[in-house]
Design a protein. Sequence first.
Length: 324
Amino acid sequence: MVLCVASCAVEREPERLVIDQPIMQNQGSQLQGVVLLGSQLQDKTLRGFQLSGATLSGVALSNLHLEKGELVADQGRGTALVNAHLTGQVQTAAGAITLVDYQITAIEAEQAVYDPTSTGNTYLYALAQNVDGTGTYQAACGADQDGRHAAIAMTAIWDSHGNRVESSTLFTFGCTTGAVAKCYRWGYRPWVTGYGDLVATHWACTRLARADYCGNGTSHTRDGTLINVWDNLPAPGPIQAHGAPPLGMLFEAGWSTNGAVCLSHTRWLLNGPVIALGCPDRLIAPGLLLLGGTVCDTVAQALGQSTSARLFDESDLNLNLDLF
């Protein structure tokens, strides 16, 4: 294929262009976007937040659970849970668990602009971590594109391989700078019905957002990389529709919960063959056709490779020029 690099400013289609895609690393905390603070949590990752042990004004919250992205307890819901304390589980590479205290410092309704299915807004939670147990609390989420330090509550957790894991005891707070919350904001809300399996679609989206081609949790993208995302969800879908490609962007891949089902090009070009050869059992890079390259340049070709493809994207042909 012909390689080119867009080098000038162009008009884009903001209603379909995803512009807030940060680099993610092969760790659960970065997938969730929660920043672990303090010396005691160095080299550890966040598993999730406990549904048990939460308190408000020193009183235990009973029957804490999630309803459509909202924390609910017998004592209240919505903004009534401001100042509640919850326990996060942080683990070492060997699996040893450390418990960390978090406080919900503010709660506000999500903005309607992040509700493309018009299925009702949920809440944004501002979290603060008790740093090293000293009683000094610092924001656990970085600022997103709106300047908010906020998180979305999600059922299930994500492991270090990027797999969604159902749990009856833990849930996820996904900062709005992380892939879990971004995919929710793009419209792939796991609790919404009528568009097919949005649980699997949301999971596939987290692979796409992080350029996790092999579906092993390893990200291959960079902060600020532009992508154009759409889906093939049944009526009343799609949630994100595809129109004319933004100038300079070409079809990249079709995506399932296992990562890319096939590939036209990698988001960052020079590592393409190395990335794809990381999962030679199912994904072979374009340019290695003699090895049976798993190549697709259209939605139809992606679905020909696997009917499990739920999402598709286009991206620029970005070169790793900083390597030279």
